[in-house]
Design a protein around this ligand. Sequence first.
Ligand SMILES: NC(=O)c1ccc[n+]([C@@H]2O[C@H](COP(=O)([O-])OP(=O)(O)OC[C@H]3O[C@@H](n4cnc5c(N)ncnc54)[C@H](OP(=O)(O)O)[C@@H]3O)[C@@H](O)[C@H]2O)c1
Length: 271
Amino acid sequence: MTAAFPAPAWLVGCGNMAGAMVEGWRGRGVDLSDVTVIRPSGTPVDGLRTFKSYPEGEKPLFVMLGFKPQKLDEVAPELAIHIGRETILVSMLAGVTAKSLRDRFPDAKAIVRIMPNLPVAQVQGVTAIYSADAGQDELVEVRRLMASLGMIVWCETEEELGVIGAVAAAGVAYVARFGEALARSAETLGLRPIQARMIAEQTLIGTGAFAAATGSHMADIARQVASPKGTTERGLAILDADDGLQPLVDRTLDAAMSRGRELAAEAARRD
Ligand SMILES: NC(=O)c1ccc[n+]([C@@H]2O[C@H](COP(=O)([O-])OP(=O)(O)OC[C@H]3O[C@@H](n4cnc5c(N)ncnc54)[C@H](OP(=O)(O)O)[C@@H]3O)[C@@H](O)[C@H]2O)c1
């Protein structure tokens, strides 16, 4: 069954992330005819009505917050007037807790936090979902919409949502950085920049496709490539060293988690 938006639906802010979701929904044939985008620039979003300010009339039944967490207090007072008792409020704001949202949107029927990642545009996303107060009907509606963009993960706690944000949402940037580093090293070893970039990117894409098609774990893929005493094994020894990739990734995710806690504290201070 194709997902549908409770109508009318508003997307408040539609930049990189919400835009990627729109692309994914469009790709899945989700009906976007009752969806309105509100963004200060008024930059049109293909196929959707786009306004610079909130439209008058019926209160929206579904509102998705797609702006930066730091904008919350600029947006909330005016938006709260339009949030009725039937409105499902979905927030992708990293670090901003359900309590901080409930304080600013007391009338909302349900507050749902999501943490999507950019590959939702290709329906290959990971979207974590958390809600403390959504009823069965609201959960079904949100679930259908998010599940049409790839994998969904229900979170028992907001901490879990934060971890998945660090792994899957921010993780896209970390994986992309690895691809960039691979390309830079390839250049250092003598490949032309464009050649280095294309080869590094295709290696990342191909590894993902191989894992998806074969169901192999990443550790098994590495084992399949590395023959004993061979070239790959010598390289893996660097990544696997005590001061190699794992502690670096641990520190990277710790830093992202810590920033999430800071954003939550900033929003809570203003509650
Ligand atoms: N990027 C990711 O991979 C990712 C992943 C998970 C979660 N998130 C979350 O997604 C949110 C947006 O991130 P992003 O990367 O998409 O940012 P972005 O590309 O900078 O987009 C921000 C959007 O917010 C709009 N905006 C700014 N001020 C506004 C206001 N006063 N009222 C309404 N809309 C306003 C902007 O409108 P204009 O375009 O008109 O300026 C723009 O459409 C953040 O809260 C972030 O935590 C992002």
